[in-house]
Design a protein around this ligand. Structure first.
Ligand code: SF4
Ligand code: SF4
Length: 389
């Protein structure tokens, strides 16, 4: 799994993640049209399930196998046309490892030529001088490279392949030499904030100023990982916000929507931040077979672009309608004063109700999901009404 979630804010203001505020706090009741009516702002697209790495956390269980019914090149072009008919989002080509697709540069170029801001999430393992040049020519404007530890051996052990760390670091250099913006994506592996500090230092040495910290959601191979406790999760988010506020770099907890509530409690304001969870509001995922889901960790299909135009899925799916209605939230999230800026992780809520499958190959249909993703986020320590909001 590479590049699954929104990139954080960036210095480039014309495209989001490249747009600083993909979804403001008034997502549900903003002036004029609701945010989703302008189409998605960000799409993560698993263009393949193939990957040379064996990452312990991989939500999509990527490896040697390709998805049965994976979109062909022509189908991929058609998807881009469908996306373009619905809006002008940033499209993150993800995987598996997207560079395993032989037609990946064609797909990226096709999207670029249709006016989409094309980005990519990669392990960096295939990014050499030649491929970095090809990415630039294909119009890739930003590339997220995964680095999970500043220590090569730790990263390689987690990713399952010796040399993965060195390739990722070299990949950063090759992209920067080509003028491609680079972001480091990090899966938070443990409770020690110094591990995060070390990655930030490493990134800064290589000219990176955008970092995204992914807090694991237990799906796919990640279902077997030892989970952080909710208190550790809360403490880490709090520590990152306090440490890196006004630090001159962009670092954002991801799939940790409570960061907006915690920032508020710490008195930290950032007008560039959107809602904590944007799944189904301004963001969705397209799976390798064309199924559209709210996010990569919430394997509830809202429809398939092979049979239903993307715009219809985005505008009319019952799954997205449920996510866009704060009145559907239940439990603590249903009565929380922070629901407009946080919203809770819908995937964790779904998992807590027994909904998450072992592998995202097992996408479920909306009837089967029964809106169980609208429950409270089990990782949140906040008690509504206990102070703050
Ligand atoms: S539902 Fe959870 S995992 Fe998905 S985008 Fe929202 S916060 Fe991230
Ligand atoms: S109760 Fe729900 S909406 Fe409120 S802060 Fe916690 S996760 Fe967010």
């Amino acid at each position: 799994m590479e590049g699954s979630c929104p990139f954080p804010d960036s210095e480039e203001k014309d495209v989001s993640p490249f747009v600083r505020n993909p979804l403001g706090p008034s997502a549900f009741e903003g002036k004029g049209r609701a945010a989703h009516e302008r189409g998605p702002r960000l799409i993560s697209w698993n263009v393949t399930l193939r990957c040379p790495l064996r990452c312990a956390h991989c939500y999509i269980d990527a490896g040697d196998r390709e998805a049965e019914g994976v979109l062909t090149t022509d189908e991929a072009f058609d998807v881009i046309d469908q996306i373009r008919a619905a809006g002008k989002p940033v499209v993150i080509l993800s995987g598996g490892e997207p560079l395993m697709r032989e037609d990946i540069f064609e797909i990226a170029r096709y999207g670029t030529d249709r006016g989409l801001a094309m980005a990519m999430g990669s392990s960096g393992i295939f990014i050499d001088e030649q491929s970095a040049g090809d990415l630039r020519y294909a119009g890739i404007r930003k590339l997220a490279i995964s680095i999970d530890s500043a220590t090569a051996a730790v990263h390689d052990r987690f990713r399952g392949v010796p040399g993965a760390w060195a390739s990722a670091v070299q990949g950063i250099e090759h992209c920067r030499n080509e003028g491609i913006g680079v972001q480091i994506n990090t899966t938070v592996l443990g409770p020690d904030i110094h591990d995060i500090d070390a990655i930030v230092s490493l990134g800064k040495e290589h000219g990176v100023r955008d970092f995204q910290l992914f807090f694991p959601v237990p799906t796919g191979r990640g279902a077997g990982l030892p989970a952080l406790t909710p208190q550790t999760y809360e403490d880490l988010i709090r520590g990152v916000l306090a440490r890196y506020n006004d630090s001159g770099i962009n670092i954002r907890p991801t799939c940790a929507p409570q960061f907006r509530r915690i920032a508020d409690q710490l008195g930290i304001r950032n007008p560039g931040w959107g809602r904590g969870c944007i799944a189904g509001l301004s963001y969705c995922r397209i799976y390798a077979t064309g199924e559209v889901t709210p996010c990569p960790y919430l394997p509830v299909s809202a429809g398939n672009v092979k049979t239903t135009p993307f715009a219809d899925i985005w505008n009319h799916s019952t799954v997205f309608a449920a996510l866009r209605d704060p009145g559907r939230l239940t439990g603590k999230c249903g009565k929380c004063g922070y629901q407009d800026v946080c919203g809770g992780c819908r995937a964790r809520a779904y998992g807590a109700r027994g909904g998450v499958t072992d592998s995202c190959g097992g996408l479920v249909q909306p009837e089967a999901a029964d809106r169980s993703f609208c429950g409270e986020d089990p990782w949140c320590r906040y008690e509504p009404g206990a102070g703050g909001s």
